[in-house]
Design a protein around this ligand. Structure first.
Ligand SMILES: C[S@@+](CC[C@H](N)C(=O)[O-])C[C@H]1O[C@@H](n2cnc3c(N)ncnc32)[C@H](O)[C@@H]1O
Length: 250
């Protein structure tokens, strides 16, 4: 079958809503001055439990957080069963999070976010399809968008082989884009190759940088309570923001 030629992409027109644009390239939202306890040293790789870390953060002070849980569900539910064998060894060595723990992380982040702040939640295929709204109970978080990260190389899989991961965008109420999300050129499919030699789940630094720039101001804080390779620290540095985050492992 012959492929049809695609129409050229039209320039982005700003949607109108009752005479006002519904989004803008300016950010009017500001975070309050953040008073951190002495043990939470910014811009370092803290080694501590992420749930304890979140309890130490002041409430409603952070504009943006990332969470990349160490998913257990996909291994349990799909019975991959290859942990401990050569392919799964590095992944199995990491600390898995169960559903209850992930929900606690999400609640802790919800408490730390300013109103209209964002959580970028990395998600595997299993949870994306089966649902994850149970983690949002007792929070003021709502789904506002989703991105696909194309890793640019093929991984494993019993049926199709994995080449992508997903990032769900959640916003704390009140939900709004205008004056809060200021970049409008981030595609929702993002290709970026990542070196995973330091951490098997390292995430794309440049994508995270663009997302941070979209939803925070220079000098504000970005949080990651389960930071792995601390790719979000690198992204925050690139964006000129401060980072505060930890991992259980050094
Ligand atoms: C999927 S990895 C994160 C990868 C990270 N986004 C990156 O770009 O490198 C999840 C991390 O959660 C950590 N972890 C598991 N339980 C934790 C806990 N209770 N507190 C802090 N970190 C935890 C694991 O050690 C692992 O490094």
């Amino acid at each position: 079958m012959e492929a049809e030629a695609l129409e050229p992409v039209a320039a982005l027109e700003e949607p109108q809503s009752a005479g006002n644009t519904v989004f803008s390239n300016e950010r009017t939202l500001q975070s309050p001055q953040l008073d951190l306890p002495p043990q939470l040293v910014p811009n370092t790789r803290l080694q501590m439990d992420g749930l304890q870390f979140l309890e130490l953060l002041p409430a409603e002070g952070i504009p943006v957080a990332f969470l990349d849980p160490q998913y257990r569900g996909v291994l349990d539910k799909l019975g991959y069963g290859n942990e401990g064998e050569t392919r799964g060894k590095r992944r199995a060595a990491l600390l898995q999070m169960n559903e209850k723990t992930i929900a606690e992380f999400v609640r802790g982040i919800d408490r730390a976010l300013i109103p209209s702040g964002h959580l970028f939640l990395w998600m595997d295929k299993f949870h994306l399809c089966q649902g994850f709204t149970q983690w949002l109970c007792d929070t003021r978080l709502e789904v506002v968008d989703m991105l696909v990260w194309d890793k640019g190389r093929m991984g494993m899989g019993y049926r199709t082989r994995r080449q992508s991961e997903f990032c769900v965008v959640l916003q704390k109420q009140p939900k709004r884009a205008k004056g809060v999300w200021k970049a409008h050129d981030i595609p929702d499919v993002w290709r970026e190759k990542v070196d995973t030699s330091a951490h098997p789940h390292a995430k794309p630094v440049n994508l995270q940088t663009e997302l941070i720039k979209a939803v925070s101001n220079i000098g504000e804080y970005v949080v990651d309570p389960a930071a792995g390779s601390f790719s979000v620290l690198e992204s925050a540095n690139q964006a000129g923001r401060n980072f505060i985050g930890c991992d259980l492992l050094p």
